[in-house]
Design a protein around this ligand. Structure first.
Ligand code: GDP
Ligand code: MG
Length: 178
């Protein structure tokens, strides 16, 4: 079996999509390094990070995480980026309705051009900014349900639901048969 993948140890390509500034890089840094750096204005230089998690059934999942270095601004480059991805994490900012519209655009794009069995997660980030909320939880829930996606609100700042996001994705991955 190519690439060291077996039924107990999965290795998957995961891409993050969404408007600039919604917190994609911060989510990755929180998940991989347990850090949040409020001063980092630009996407971290490294566009590739990996992190392995163990599930309760003793399966391990190694996420190979592709974080864009701003290519999200260039829609034409996106297919190169999400090609072959087993997982797409589509992120918006709960304080930005524009970013929620953009997330819906990415969902449609992936439905048209992504791998047919791609696992998609819709993430409303910056959930710590409750007083600035402009996208209702119900809007995220409804959209995700209609589009057969997993939905969660996260905060890279407080770490709320970050591990849960990746654990839930891991549980939803199709298992290769042995
Ligand atoms: P990206 O362009 O999608 O990669 O966004 P970044 O990860 O670079 O984050 C953009 C800005 O949002 C930065 O100033 C972060 O500090 C801030 N940010 C990211 N996640 C959160 C969060 O969960 N809560 C708050 N309050 N700010 C966040
Ligand atoms: Mg970034």
């Amino acid at each position: 079996n190519g690439g060291g993948q077996d039924a107990k140890n999965l290795r998957v390509k995961l891409v993050l999509l969404g408007d600039s500034g919604v917190g994609k890089s911060c989510i990755v840094l929180r998940f991989v390094r347990g850090q949040f750096d409020p001063t980092s204005k630009v996407t971290v230089g490294a566009s590739f990070l990996s992190q392995t998690i163990a599930l309760q059934d003793s399966t391990t999942v190694k996420f190979e995480i592709w974080d864009t270095a701003g290519q999200e601004r260039y829609a034409a480059l996106a297919p190169l980026y999400y090609r072959g991805a087993a997982v797409a994490v589509i992120v918006y900012d709960i304080t930005s309705p524009e970013s929620f519209s953009k997330a819906q655009y990415w969902v449609k794009e992936l439905q048209k051009h992504g791998s047919p069995d791609i696992v998609m997660a819709l993430v409303g980030n910056k959930a710590d900014l409750l007083e600035k909320r402009e996208v209702a939880v119900q809007d995220g829930t409804d959209y995700a349900e209609k589009n057969d996606m997993f939905f969660i609100e996260t905060s890279a700042k407080t770490a709320d639901n970050i591990n849960e996001l990746f654990e839930e994705i891991a549980k939803r991955l199709p298992r290769p048969s042995v």
